[in-house]
Design a protein around this ligand. Sequence first.
Ligand code: SF4
Ligand code: SF4
Length: 213
Amino acid sequence: MDKIAFTIDGSDIVADRGTTILEAALQNGIYIPHLCYHPALKPSGVCRLCIVETGEGQLVISCRTPVEEGIVVKVKSPEVDKVRRAFVELLIANHHTDCRNCPSNRHCELQRVMAYLRISKKRMRPLRLPKEELPLETLNPFFDYDPNRCVLCGICVQACEDVQGVSALKFVGRGYSTKIAFFGDKSQCESCRECMLKCPVGALLAKGDQKKV
Ligand code: SF4
Ligand code: SF4
């Protein structure tokens, strides 16, 4: 397969043609913040956290941008940081971040992104909306869904559709009230756990694992 040579933050990288910038970075141990990317799924680019700078200050979504010969990729730059931080703060404003009571504490991709951007609890506090806790959804016989912790990355919906070919989960609602819900006949869910296993935060968990925020 054709090889492409380029740089990420000054490091020389060689990747197969067709590889995305995000894939090449992760393959080489370079972290680029992301929430909606999963290696088993087609990149959707919805969270936009994986933006990087290429060439002359051009911002691109790295999970959807293939590598090119000689490009100069910057994961860290003042412009990238500013835009990425704005996306994350918007997410946090709508997220009830009580990490101590969350089963995903310490293995959560949102925590990892916040740590990377050095977003502290103190900084987060004024970003939070008035606390309006949405009820834990327990209708599914196999797992519970906490909309307060969901970052709307779409991984569960995509995993259900693309990996399992089932489509038991869908986005419902609009704006701040958007959430994940079962659609139609709940028996469509095959309990394969693909959605739970791929959820990057603590929003989908096996029955009994979920603690209320
Ligand atoms: S999903 Fe859980 S661990 Fe992750 S940031 Fe939210 S509350 Fe904290
Ligand atoms: S439940 Fe998890 S995987 Fe599904 S959209 Fe929310 S955060 Fe993403």
